[in-house]
Ligand binder design. Structure first.
Ligand SMILES: *Cc1c(COP(=O)(O)O)cnc(C)c1O
Length: 411
């Protein structure tokens, strides 16, 4: 039944868990779960019986959210984590060990670059490619490369990944391909359908939608062919077939790092998830109109949006994305002072370090979320001192344009 449903119907009716006829799985605000006997609890701990024991390991509200994300992304299983960063950490460290390498796009979220720096202390090195193309990745693969990592739409460079081409390379070289789909969302593209092995979403953004909970999810496609020679640590999990990767994660690193999502946040995410489709439809529509309008502003020295024909990645975006081009736009004001002036004069957009809200959000990335990055890192991430990042919301487009018009008029 699930496979026949279209996007919005699946968000409302797919993979729903019901016990008492509830219309949305309620908040199981309980740290532990009793089983009827010592024998049953023994089985739950040995994973030979279904059931819950302790919320750090799993929880009914969290599981209901995970099931819906699995359906949304078209994978076999999902692990919900306390944040997007926790999801990335767990997805990576589940299989990496000292001496291994990550091969990553350079134009990724600043926090992820920070995490990869932290991993150096544990003997895990990250090699970056400036242009995230299959050819560039192929050039930098070594015997130690275990993971290729990139974002579908780089934040804030807004470069668009050719998922299918990189997936083919990763498959040929037996490298796990992990895609961060936070900025694009499944509304634009489902990376697993194009060959990605594991998909990450910071659910704090578009999935939650209202900016009320930090959380992250990782979804496994179940399709990676683990070679025993390259991934010996996966050998004991071979018998679990497509569930091996998440079985290893749940049984070890995930529960041991305590990266679990709070039931309350899982509930708020499930609630937000129901309107992901209609929010994204409106957001993409607003962003397309706003980006086109920015192109007519003589005061601006640059506009970047994957939906504009002037975007260097417009062709791949057009080929790959189904329903629009996302909600992120960057504009260049000519100088840092002018960028600050625009930001300060805006009435509606909130000045916050977040994206994916119903409200329009703006930030000057260079002085905030990338303040601790080197000049080289900023350049690789497509950052300039006069750049403003805009996460477009669902306001009425006339009001947004009028507001940006008066703010840009201030320069
Ligand atoms: C926000 C974000 C993250 C990190 O997610 P948190 O929920 O803030 O930990 C990772 N990747 C991308 C692309 C993001 O935008």
């Amino acid at each position: 039944m699930a496979e026949k449903m279209k996007f919005n119907t699946a968000l409302l009716h797919g993979n729903i868990t019901q016990k008492e006829g509830e219309t949305l799985t309620p908040i199981y605000q309980s740290s532990a779960f009793e089983q009827e006997s010592a024998e049953k609890l023994e089985k739950v701990f040995a994973n030979t019986a279904q059931g819950f024991s302790y919320t750090r390991i799993n929880n009914p509200t969290v599981e209901a959210f995970e099931r819906r994300i699995t359906l949304l992304e078209g994978g076999v299983s999902t692990v919900a984590c306390a944040s997007g960063m926790a999801a990335i950490f767990n997805a990576m460290l589940n299989i990496l060990k000292s001496g291994d390498e990550i091969l990553s796009s350079a134009s990724i979220f600043g926090g992820t670059i920070g995490l990869f720096k932290d991993l150096e202390s544990f003997g895990i090195k990250t090699v970056y490619v400036k242009e995230a193309t299959a050819a560039a990745f192929a050039n930098k693969i070594s015997d130690q490369t275990k993971i290729i990592f990139a974002e579908t739409i780089g934040n804030p460079k807004l470069d668009v990944l050719d998922i299918q081409a990189v997936a083919q390379l990763a498959k040929d070289k037996n490298i796990l391909f992990i895609v961060d789909n936070t900025v694009a969302t499944a509304f634009l593209v489902k990376p697993i359908e194009l060959g990605a092995h594991v998909v990450i979403n910071s659910a704090s953004k578009y999935i939650n939608g209202s900016g009320n909970s930090i959380s992250g999810v990782l979804t496994d496609s179940g399709k990676f062919a683990w070679s025993e020679e390259r991934f010996p640590e996966m050998k004991p999990y071979k018998k679990m077939g497509p569930y091996g990767y998440t079985a290893k994660l749940r049984g070890n690193l995930f529960r041991n790092t305590g990266a679990c999502l709070a039931p309350m946040n899982a509930y708020l995410n499930s609630l937000g998830l129901e309107t992901l489709g209609i929010r994204m439809e409106r957001i993409c529509d607003n962003a397309a109109k706003l980006a086109k309008w920015f192109e007519t502003c003589d005061q601006l020295t640059g506009v970047n949006y994957p939906g504009l024909e002037t975007s260097p990645d417009h062709e791949i975006a057009k080929k790959q994305f189904k329903n629009g081009y996302g909600g992120m736009i960057t504009i260049r004001a000519g100088s840092k002072e002018k960028a600050f002036s625009i930001i300060n004069n805006l009435k509606y957009p909130l000045k916050v370090a977040n994206i994916g809200d119903t409200k329009t959000l703006v930030i000057h990335p260079s002085s905030t979320i990338y303040a601790h990055s080197s000049d080289a890192e900023k350049e690789n991430a497509g950052l300039f001192d006069d750049l403003i990042r805009i996460s477009v919301g669902i306001e009425d487009i006339e009001d947004l344009i009028a507001d940006f018009n008066q703010a840009i008029g201030s320069i």
